[in-house]
Design a protein around this ligand. Structure first.
Ligand code: ADP
Length: 488
């Protein structure tokens, strides 16, 4: 059976997943899972890129021992981070993590050279501390020897693909997270690159997702036992892969990638770079098949993950299903938080912070675990509604349905609350949207599928999907009024 390998790297852990085509369906198997610990050293916070590559090779070795018809390999990762290479293709130092403090103070300096609204008009991306533009600008300010000697910039999935195949290319979806790309052309924005004094030579050819790079290098074949399997530049940004993996039909669809972070967006054809879109701090990233992902990052299941971690420290080891049941049993609409308030962004005592927020905003203070979880769940759903309303305004369009994928859709209380708060149907699935998207791009690239629509139909027919209809609209509308009141 033809099998495709999806290498999915998150900022906390990585996986190698095999997707096999069996009787007209995709069957997924996790082959290898590993941690992706960043390390703080003198001079910065770094990724252990060699350790990651070793784990990837181990995953490929395990896959080679289990499957005899491996057709292709594709990589997707978190956004923004990159490596710099010299003219001989040697990596110049460890890639920094996007949370490396070198970003501090840089946005102000950048905006003195090009004001943020102008930057947004060129790139469709607001300035965020994690953007590659900010980190490259920091390297320039710090007179970094790596940048001085660099001949090529590769984003993390491009770098892994290069080490696997020996072929260098910059894939478009990951490049579109950098704040250095023009989302209308899908090419580098030289105006922005020049304004920041970045060396033009490092910005190489951009390729579309689904470009076949070439077969595995001889050394990788020996290390893994795989033959000359082609490496595909898949949808290399994990959100782009997740959106490709959520089966939507027709234009201008509303989607939610629900995981540790929630990303809500529109799949559309043209970037939206209006002043109102800038004011709403929405970003235009690029997707598969020439699509634009017009999106907004929202705090996601992180809130619930951190509650769970805190309670485990206090001796109560609760599974996610138990947490959902506790939230379900608690009284509705007691109090709300703004999930995106900076007080919730760092790891820590999340239940305590939720209580503090409610106290500070003169609301009922949730006491039990169920009450705390109910506040977090309803507030997330209401935040999705606020973002949906802004998308309606910014695009001038309405949306009959929200397509939600990712691990977070397993939280049925939140998914139902999302339908209720948004007042529209939620079609939930698949849980493994990112791997699915990565896999179908490879299938298209190798001629196993004709196009994205066929890939999405394949996903629709391969996994369980749940439809959540909206309920109790009156109560939720009242809650929305109160929720807007507590937003900063
Ligand atoms: P990431 O974005 O880190 O890849 P996932 O897509 O795996 O995250 O989603 C992780 C989140 O999904 C968890 O924080 C948890 O809240 C939620 N989740 C995972 N499994 C379940 C489950 N069985 N029931 C309810 N929620 C779940």
């Amino acid at each position: 059976m033809p099998t495709f390998l999806s290498i999915d790297l998150g900022a906390g852990s990585g996986r190698v997943i095999a997707g096999s085509l069996v009787s007209g369906k995709i069957g997924l198997q996790e082959i290898h899972r590993f941690d992706n610990p960043g390390t703080d050293l003198p001079g910065g916070s770094f990724w252990d890129i060699l350790g990651l590559f070793r784990e990837i090779q181990e995953g490929l070795r395990l896959a080679a021992s289990r499957f005899d018809d491996i057709v292709a390999i594709g990589i997707d990762t978190w956004g923004c981070d990159h490596g710099l290479l010299d003219a001989h293709g040697r990596l110049l130092g460890l890639p920094h993590q996007y949370r490396d403090p070198r970003h501090e103070g840089m946005p102000e300096k950048m905006h003195a050279l090009m004001p943020e609204p102008e930057l947004y008009r060129h790139t469709g991306i607001t300035t965020n501390f994690y953007n590659s533009a900010v980190h490259l600008f920091a390297e320039k300010q710090l007179d970094s020897p790596a940048l001085k000697n660099a001949d090529r910039l590769l984003f993390i999935p491009d770098l892994i693909a290069y080490w696997l195949s020996g072929k260098m290319a910059v894939e478009r979806t990951i490049a579109s997270t950098s704040q250095l790309l023009d989302p209308a052309t899908g090419e580098w924005s030289w105006k922005v690159i020049d304004a920041f004094g970045l060396p033009r030579r490092i910005f190489g050819k951009i390729v579309a997702p689904g470009t076949v790079l070439g077969p595995l290098r001889e050394e990788v074949r020996r290390a893994t036992g795989l033959g000359g399997v082609p490496v595909v530049a898949s949808a290399s940004h994990d959100t782009a892969a997740a959106v490709a993996g959520i089966p939507m039909e027709g234009g201008d669809q509303l989607w939610l990638s629900s995981g540790t972070w929630s990303i809500m967006g529109l799949e559309t054809r043209q970037p939206i770079r209006s002043d109102a879109a800038f004011a709403a701090r929405c970003c235009n990233e690029l997707g598969v098949d020439g699509s634009v992902r017009f999106l907004k990052n929202i705090a996601g299941l992180w809130l619930i993950q951190e509650c769970r971690r805190q309670w485990a420290l206090e001796g109560a080891d609760l599974g996610y299903a138990e947490l959902v049941a506790l939230a379900d049993a608690a009284e509705p609409f007691r109090a709300f938080i703004d999930p995106d308030d900076p007080v919730f962004s760092a790891p820590g005592d999340m239940p305590g912070r939720i209580r503090d927020f409610c106290r500070r905003t003169s609301q009922c203070v949730p006491q039990s675990k169920g009450e705390v979880l109910r506040v977090a769940t309803e507030s997330l759903a209401l935040k999705y509604r606020v973002v949906l309303d802004s998308f309606r305004q910014l695009s001038g369009k309405d949306f009959p349905r929200l397509h939600a994928g990712g691990g977070g859709i397993q939280n049925a209380a939140l998914t139902q609350a999302t339908a209720d708060a948004c007042g529209i149907e939620v079609l939930a699935g698949p849980v493994e949207a990112t791997s699915c998207g990565n896999l179908i791009v490879q299938m298209i690239a190798t001629g196993h599928l004709p196009d994205l629509a066929a890939g999405r139909r394949l996903i629709r027919g391969s996994f369980d999907f749940q439809t959540y209809q909206p309920r109790q609209s009156g109560d939720w509308e009242k809650a929305l009024g109160r929720f807007r009141g507590i937003l900063a």
